[in-house]
Design a protein around this ligand. Structure first.
Ligand SMILES: [Zn+2]
Length: 96
């Protein structure tokens, strides 16, 4: 039997922005730690290193996303919310 969702929990933009900024701060601190402990950098150099790594990763991820826009692997089109043939088969299989 197919489960129907009774509740929808929405993420507000504010929450998503808070999560994104929070994660960036954690990443910068971790990269700084790596810079100081493994590379022996002082705090200022470690911060610079961390910011450079962040910019590089952010740019690389943007390029990665743009490449994946052109790749259809794992992508389905569900017209009017109806599952496609592939998803119907999966749902049937999981019932047995
Ligand atoms: Zn599908």
């Amino acid at each position: 039997m197919k489960k129907t969702k009774r509740f929808h929990v929405f993420e507000t933009n504010k929450r998503s922005i808070a999560k994104a900024i929070g994660f960036r701060i954690v990443e910068v601190l971790v990269d700084m730690g790596i810079g100081m402990v493994l590379l022996g950098l002082n705090a200022i150099m470690a911060l610079e290193y961390s910011i450079l790594v962040e910019i590089a990763c952010f740019s690389l991820y943007y390029i990665w996303e743009r490449i994946w826009v052109k790749i259809d692997y794992g992508r389905h089109v569900h017209e009017h919310g109806k599952p496609c043939e592939e998803c119907k088969e999966e749902t049937n299989r999981s019932c047995h």
